[in-house]
Ligand binder design. Sequence first.
Ligand SMILES: [Zn+2]
Ligand SMILES: [Zn+2]
Length: 91
Amino acid sequence: MSDIHIRCPKCKWEPDGKPHWSCSCGHQWDTFSTAGRCPQCGKIWKDTQCIVTAGGCNAWSPHLDWYEGLDEIIAKLKQEIEEGWLAEVPR
Ligand SMILES: [Zn+2]
Ligand SMILES: [Zn+2]
């Protein structure tokens, strides 16, 4: 899955793997290591804040919008399908 990048959709800040996010239960962790779910209380954070103290823009964005590269994977898949069609010998 090396084609997928995680970064802020607004400012392109990339999470550095540090526990910048804190849950309402008080737990601090890296939200991208658990896809937005707090490992302590299980709360799911569907929006993720950009971390201004680590160089981000402080804006909230949907967690899924942070993942980039999926469009490229789909485009590649479509290309492979089209190439498969072209490879078929017409009668
Ligand atoms: Zn929690
Ligand atoms: Zn940002």
